[in-house]
Ligand binder design. Structure first.
Ligand SMILES: C[S@@+](CC[C@H](N)C(=O)[O-])C[C@H]1O[C@@H](n2cnc3c(N)ncnc32)[C@H](O)[C@@H]1O
Ligand code: SF4
Length: 451
């Protein structure tokens, strides 16, 4: 039986599974994490330590049909201005609770489209963040940039403010595909954005592209990858297009009969993957590629690759604090998520409190299972010695779990005395294997296809 048939028999082409950017996944968050608990977790951070900060800007000038991100369209600047004022107030609130001497190891602006802020609003936000904490040495400041929504003036402010990693949304360069997914963006516009970013000496360029788009073929994705490679990006995220029109209503504009089948999605991924590998990129986890000197490639080699809400990271900070509507924070004790609706978030901050609406308090079992899943998603292996060193469980109990996964994915997963290993041919199954370590009931949450 060939590999593809074996993967199909194990359900790869039918399964719906989480992307495991957290464990437990966000649909399992509950209302027992409130602003009081969020404040306690902030206050418990060690003085003089490092944190990561995520700032969510939930606005876009245009709403691309394919997009499943939490964002809202705006034609005017006034909601954005008032949102930035809310972020300033939220940052001041954070400062009141944060222990002394905390520094930022990572600062990420995401969305939505953070670059729809005017230069003046960007300056205000940068100044408000600087009031809360200084950057640590070797800190990274990254910003998600829509090439349609950027210019010299805004890039000047970001570069002066310390942005050293720019992440551009590309999706696909093919004009037919762009028209079908409601995201028109000429190659020239993208190239101009890249040139402007490079001209400012921004250390690292990241790009997002998608596989599994309507009308996408091997030839078309090959052309997109080749065009992208002409920019020599430092990092690429090759995400599988998640078609979830019941959740992201805009996707109803996308004809589902033009979508590739799951088998074709695997082909598209493989085609793009090979091109990146041929070009010397390191494969990072399930969907990223990094140039050899890039932080993710180094972290992968040294076993320090981690998974967080933005995908993969080499960040070692103990806590990630998310500000803005719907942002999720991660602390050693658990997750805390802000109110999803921008209006509810803004109202809470105006009243002088955080908007924390839900979250999860880790149990010891969550920590163990979360690490097993993260190790699979990052390294395609579970190192028994590492787990037995960091968690209190017996070797027998750990190997019972590993053997269960081996039995469920017969012939694809290998268990030896050192732990569990997913060979290259079985890597498309990684999220499914991760799911076998998930103790929560996944039936109620609407996940995207396994490939
Ligand atoms: C929050 S968006 C921000 C990017 C920026 N606003 C832009 O458009 O360039 C970040 C990335 O999420 C990815 N994304 C959005 N919707 C997706 C979907 N339905 N399936 C997979 N990835 C998606 C896209 O690759 C996008 O570049
Ligand atoms: S892809 Fe970017 S610009 Fe388009 S709707 Fe999503 S966040 Fe907004």
């Amino acid at each position: 039986m060939d590999t593809r048939t074996q993967l199909g028999r194990l359900g790869l082409f039918d399964a719906k599974v989480p992307r495991y950017t957290s464990y437990p996944t966000a649909p399992h968050f509950a209302g027992n994490v409130d602003p009081g608990r969020f404040c306690q977790w902030i206050q418990a951070l060690p003085e003089g330590g490092e944190i990561s900060l995520y700032i969510h800007v939930p606005f876009c000038r245009r709403l691309c049909w394919f997009c499943a991100c939490r964002t809202q369209g705006t034609a005017t600047l006034s909601p954005v201005e008032s949102y930035v004022a809310t972020l300033e107030a939220e940052l001041a609130l954070l400062k009141r609770h944060l222990p002394k001497g905390i520094r930022l190891s990572r600062l990420h602006w995401g969305g939505g489209t953070p670059t729809l802020l005017t230069p003046e609003l960007m300056r205000r936000l940068i100044a408000a963040i600087a009031e809360v904490a200084d950057f640590a040495p070797d800190a990274e400041f990254s910003v998600e940039i829509d090439p349609n929504e950027i210019d010299e003036a805004r890039l000047d402010v970001l570069a002066e403010g310390g942005m050293n990693r720019a992440s551009i949304g590309v999706q696909d360069f093919d004009p037919d595909i762009q028209a079908t997914i409601g995201r028109e963006q000429s190659f020239e516009i993208t190239r101009r954005a890249v040139d402007m970013i490079r001209a400012r000496g921004v250390h690292s360029l990241n790009a997002d592209i998608l596989f599994g788009l309507p009308h996408q073929t091997r030839a078309r994705i090959t052309e997109t990858v080749q065009k992208l490679l002409s920019f020599a990006p430092d990092r690429v995220a090759l995400y599988g297009y998640a078609h979830v029109p019941w959740m992201a209503k805009r996707q109803q504009m996308i004809p589902s009969d033009a979508l590739p089948t799951p088998e074709e999605r695997l082909d598209l991924f493989e085609t793009a993957r090979r091109l990146f590998v041929w070009d010397g990129y390191a494969e990072i986890g399930i969907d990223h590629f990094a140039a050899p000197g890039d932080g993710l490639a180094v972290a992968q080699k040294t076993g320090k690759l981690r998974r967080n809400f933005q995908g993969y990271t080499d960040d070692t900070a103990a806590a990630l604090i998310g500000l803005g509507a719907s942002s999720i924070s991660r602390f050693p004790q658990g997750f805390a998520q802000n109110a999803s609706a921008t209006s509810a978030h803004v109202a809470a901050i105006r009243e002088g409190r955080f908007s924390t609406a839900r979250g999860h308090v880790f149990t010891d079992e969550d920590r163990l299972r979360g690490r097993l899943i993260e190790a699979l998603m990052c390294d395609f292996r579970i190192d028994a010695a590492e787990i037995l060193r960091d968690f209190s469980l017996s070797r027998d109990a750990l190997f019972a779990m590993l053997h269960q996964a081996e039995a469920a994915f017969k012939g694809q997963v290998q268990v030896t005395g050192e732990g569990l290993f997913v060979p290259v041919k079985a890597r498309p199954l990684t999220r499914m294997i991760a799911r076998s370590f998930d103790a929560y009931d996944l039936s109620k949450a609407g996940h995207s296809s396994a490939i």
